[in-house]
Design a protein around this ligand. Structure first.
Ligand code: SF4
Length: 272
């Protein structure tokens, strides 16, 4: 999910004339797309930010930003721990990054855009605050032109005891099937051969459409019919939401990988 988010942020910045560099010294803007699943990942980001402190003092025009789940979780705490950070953007607002960077460059000051917490409004208000990030795909941003991730849902409602995802990525929301199939056709037209569908609990996908409710198996059938797409995968599954229809689709559709990713997380009752 984070790889896709990064791809889309970079693609949108490239539309503003940005180019990627591997050197923080050369960069006008330094963005960390973060993960909150484990403490160690967060510690690494705070260390990385610490290493930028002197650079920012010498080059105050550089824009430093923290994006993604840690931005949503820690919010203003990041400004407290690293006051030279300019930008904090949660996973539900990533499409705003280019405009926010521009604002900081033109007007200075700090900006923070995050979604509502799970107890900070009605479900509809919280869902809306996780603004969707409909991809401005840029084929050159993918590690390979032949493979692409396609987001079919955001958020999670499972609340496993050890997991931060439902708090930082918000309520489970499925994307309209027509948008997903259109993205599949676009990717096929760009030469993409393999699509991996993404969702925190990808097999929980559910989209009521008139009298019919679309499930993941329906999406697989729709994508399977697209010329050019040769292989379809999906990650990651929530065991309780597996359906016979999905298993049949994987069995019967030749383009579907005969592969089910099911996270065990930890097999130890004491840990769980
Ligand atoms: S289903 Fe996955 S993403 Fe959702 S709370 Fe459990 S571990 Fe986290």
């Amino acid at each position: 999910m984070n790889m896709l988010d990064s791809e889309l942020v970079v693609a949108s910045l490239r539309k503003d004339g940005y180019e990627l560099t591997n050197s923080v010294r050369e960069a006008d803007t330094i963005l960390y797309n973060t993960c909150s699943v484990r403490q160690h990942a967060e510690d690494k980001i705070y260390s990385a930010l610490g290493r930028l402190k002197n650079l920012k003092r010498r080059h105050p025009d550089k824009v430093i930003g923290v994006l993604g789940c840690m931005a949503q979780k820690d919010q203003g705490l990041i400004f407290q721990r690293a006051p030279y950070v300019d930008l904090i953007v949660g996973p539900g607002q990533l499409h705003q990054v280019p405009a926010l960077v521009r604002e900081i460059q033109q007007q200075g000051g700090q900006r923070m855009e995050v979604s509502l917490g799970r107890k900070e409004g009605t479900r509809v208000e919280i869902e809306r605050s996780h603004e969707s990030f409909d991809p401005l795909r840029d084929p050159t941003m993918r590690p390979t032109p032949f493979q692409a991730y396609v987001r079919i849902m955001i958020g999670c409602d499972k609340f496993c005891t050890y997991c931060i995802v439902p708090s930082v990525r918000g309520p489970e929301q499925s994307r309209p099937p027509a948008d997903i199939l259109a993205e599949g056709r676009q990717l096929a037209g760009e030469g993409c051969r393999e699509i991996t569908l993404l969702g925190q609990t990808v097999n929980s996908y559910r989209y009521p459409n008139g009298e019919r409710t679309w499930r993941l198996s329906d999406l697989l059938e729709g994508l399977h019919a697209i010329d050019g797409i040769e292989r379809i995968k999906f990650v990651t599954n929530y065991p309780k939401d597996m359906t016979d229809g999905l298993l049949s689709a994987v069995r019967d559709l030749p383009k579907c990988s005969k592969y089910l990713h099911v996270p065990v997380q930890s097999g130890a009752n004491t840990v769980l």
